[in-house]
Write a protein that binds this ligand. Sequence first.
Ligand SMILES: NC(=O)C1=CN([C@@H]2O[C@H](COP(=O)(O)OP(=O)(O)OC[C@H]3O[C@@H](n4cnc5c(N)ncnc54)[C@H](O)[C@@H]3O)[C@@H](O)[C@H]2O)C=CC1
Ligand SMILES: O=C(O)/C=C/C=C(\O)C(=O)O
Length: 469
Amino acid sequence: MLTHFIGGEPVAAGTAFPVHDPMTGAVIRQVGEADPEVVDRAVRAAREAARDWAALPVAERAGWLRRLAEGIEERFDDLVAAEIADTGKPLDQTRTLDIPRGIANFRAFAEIAAHRPDEAFHLSGVLSYTVRRPLGVVAVIVPWNLPFLLMTWKLAPALVSGNTVVVKPSEHTPGSAAVFAEICAAAGLPPGVVNIIYGHGSAGQLLVEHPWVDAVTFTGSTGTGSAIMKAVADRVKPVSFELGGKNAALVFEDCDLDRAVEGCVRSVFTNGGQVCLCTERLYVQRPIFEEFGARLAARAQEVVPQPMISAEHREKVLSYYALARSEGAKVLAGGGTPSFGDKRDSGYFVDPTVVTGLSEWSRFNREEIFGPVCHVTPFDTESEAIGLANNSEYGLAAAVWTGGLDRAHRVAQRLEAGLVWVNTWYLRDLRTPFGGLRLSGIGREGGTQSLDFYSEPTTITIKMEQPDA
Ligand SMILES: NC(=O)C1=CN([C@@H]2O[C@H](COP(=O)(O)OP(=O)(O)OC[C@H]3O[C@@H](n4cnc5c(N)ncnc54)[C@H](O)[C@@H]3O)[C@@H](O)[C@H]2O)C=CC1
Ligand SMILES: O=C(O)/C=C/C=C(\O)C(=O)O
């Protein structure tokens, strides 16, 4: 049974629950569910480690981040295997994105923190300067779609800012976190600086509610973000939320069509559509609408299906396929489940799917589906396209495909989204702000924005007496 990692030690506790391989549905491991005692023990361990960790110079904490990055490199293949076992991700993606981003997250935040200047203001003999102090114990709640990438995205800036952490990975994907616990232990990271506990949402709720948890960083569904906000409201804990999306792509007739089709294939189908940044609403200018729709549909039929994370999530995605039909959609590709003739037939697969013909106000076009599926709508003018894209309760990401430089800037600046890509998708610079508007979240992480969230400023003001003339 997978053990929790508390105070630098493995802790076997809690009722066992199974983790399934999404490729086949088979049970691949048993994990102990964190109960109130386990949660309390983990938070206490983090609290006990907090003072010494916070007292280290930032350069030393940055050094620890670099050592953890080296540890990840040494255990690269084990991390790849654990991530694939839990998620069914393709080997190539796991080797080039998920695990390397863990290394990059630690290295990037080591540099950003080590070289960040403090602010100082001088005015008429008054000097004010700002120092930043850690928040204390941070709860890190991670989803299942990019488990290692997102855990390390939060851990690295939290740690380098001087916080200690209790991480709760998703109940579906504990494997890479368990390898990371071994990496922390092997590196000799001081006990209690990183604690990892496993369990379902109820364990996450116990964690965020714990009175000694000072802040919560969460990536996942908007509904869970809202539940966490309610749970921490009485203690007014700071939260950083990266939530859902219903992301639009705008394809203009002046685009490079080959590049736009391939870009949209990537933005709709990567990771089986299970990335918060994936495109679910495509708006295509009328002169190229038919050709674009036909080419996207043809490519969708060539995409190798990736499993959904769980049987429940597969049912959810399939319920949207049924909803599209009942709302009157025309299915251009997919719409069902693939058949392989092998063990994958008991896995959690759905067809890569493209539909058209629905109104902007249909549930299909308004709710986050989180699967390999998009709806394609024609538009005539630039301002119509912008209005359609912005007609959403979410505001996470958007993509613009155009050959016009002026149009690219004009449209990108009017899109109501935290992230806009032009003629590309999911190109990341870890120093840039990352997050969304409205139901897509609260706050931004990335670069100094992460460091700001994981610390509090104290302003120190000194009045300098002037010597007598
Ligand atoms: N980044 C994103 O946009 C993501 C969106 N989703 C969406 O959410 C839907 C549901 O997927 P779930 O796995 O249920 O995601 P979720 O948002 O419920 O789970 C994410 C994490 O939050 C934890 N959690 C759940 N309830 C909690 C609570 N009350 N307090 C503290 N932690 C809690 C879970 O155990 C998991 O570690 C998906 O169908 C998808 O539409 C899921 C994952 C990521
Ligand atoms: O930081 C990234 O590169 C990707 C982030 C993706 C999510 O937050 C998500 O899919 O939930």
